[in-house]
Write a protein of this length. Structure first.
Length: 133
């Protein structure tokens, strides 16, 4: 069963970008399965090399797999914690409806140590009182 939030992030509008990104991800994974290193993908045609984690200060910590519309594939030295994701979600204004915002919060944090009844009650523009878990 797909997570409830899939309808919030997958649309006909972003389908072409998702398909292109899926092809890039598959290429990296296929090369990893073949050689043990994702490198430039199975055909060697990816523009960004996926390298091992570099634990030095400022070293690349991850590859960002995103559509061209959202910045494309790249490497980053960022370290992202679950709390960072939560903080961004609390400030997010791009949901079409309040119910979607509440649903995303519930999907991600219900039953975890990051759940907050107070945050849920006051989330977004209207709070989530109309959307009990």
């Amino acid at each position: 069963m797909a997570p409830k939030f899939t309808s919030y992030v997958f649309s006909a509008t972003n389908l072409p970008g998702r398909l292109e990104l899926g092809g890039k991800m598959s290429s990296y994974w296929a090369e990893f399965a073949y050689s043990g290193s994702p490198g430039f993908g199975r055909l060697g045609s990816q523009t960004v090399e996926w390298t091992a984690w570099d634990n030095s200060a400022g070293g690349d910590k991850m590859i960002v797999l995103d559509t061209e519309a959202d910045g494309g594939v790249g490497v980053s030295d960022l370290t992202i914690r679950l709390q960072d994701v939560k903080d961004q979600l609390l400030l997010e204004t791009g949901f079409t409806t309040q119910e979607q915002h509440c649903g995303m919060y519930a999907e991600l944090f219900a039953g975890t140590e990051l759940w907050s009844d107070e945050e849920y009650a006051n989330l977004g523009t209207e709070g989530c009182g109309d959307y009990p878990l």
